[in-house]
Design a protein around this ligand. Sequence first.
Ligand SMILES: Nc1ncnc2c1ncn2[C@@H]1O[C@H](COP(=O)(O)OP(=O)(O)OP(=O)(O)O)[C@@H](O)[C@H]1O
Ligand SMILES: [Mg+2]
Length: 286
Amino acid sequence: MFIGTDKLTHTYMPGTPFASDALKNISFSLGRGSFTLLIGPSGSGKTTLIQHLNGLLKPTSGKVYFDGKSIGSDKSALLSLRRRIGLVFQMPEDQFFSETVFKEIAYAPRNLGLAENKIEERVFKAVEQVGLRPENLLDRHPFHLSTGQKRLVAFAAVLSIEPEVLILDEPAAGLDPAGKLMLFNLLSRLNRIEEITILVSTHHLDEVAELADNLVVLTGGRLEMAGKARDILARRSELQDLGLALPQVTEIIDELAARGLPVCTDIYSLSAACNEIIRLKRVDQS
Ligand SMILES: Nc1ncnc2c1ncn2[C@@H]1O[C@H](COP(=O)(O)OP(=O)(O)OP(=O)(O)O)[C@@H](O)[C@H]1O
Ligand SMILES: [Mg+2]
């Protein structure tokens, strides 16, 4: 397995009256080069699971694997793991600490001990990868950017280590729908073109769900489903029983089918819904 867990359980505050299992016996694996959405409502354990995948938390029981090896607590092994797995925290811009965007993005490659010209190369490459323009940006204070720009700078700061795996904890929180779509298209491009393995946590099964190859569904610290995105999206009633709303476009298309229109119901994105409605109109006219 490239990255995954075997019977992972995590108990916060063990041995106290407040002890609670945030993760219960979780086993799953992700292939190299895959793009996976980790879906679950608030408190389902997404952040806890993500922190295990980067060695930030230690399992109460069970194991976490990366590249065929169990992640232990050896300091140098953890350091090398964090050079290969880039983690973008929830609201990453809250953790900015540099006075310019350049310094913020240069921080990680500088820590790797790279020469100044290599650091600069990494900064420019990362800025380009997230679709920002370096002119008029690199000298600005990171706090003076818009929320969307800050989020992209935070991604660039992680991409500057050239990670093999990118794990993002609710990266779209606080972005408008256009910003969210742009962000997921960017992640999809990083996955396809740069071949970065991507795991993204999110609350909602919305129209970006289709961009991922795989879905992992968590509720109450339990792994409810894991597998190909389209297979899981087709398990409509089970998802609804877990309290997970379907993408709005899927609900609209299902309603049209329920009212007798001969629509294909395998629809999860706005563009697929538009194509299906155009197809129906053509059938109707012929
Ligand atoms: N440091 C902590 N100490 C004690 N309990 C914690 C801690 N962090 C999280 N928990 C508990 O563990 C459970 C899972 O929390 P976690 O933050 O992993 O969920 P989440 O799915 O990321 O939620 P959200 O979508 O709100 O970010 C929750 O019940 C939470 O209250
Ligand atoms: Mg969280």
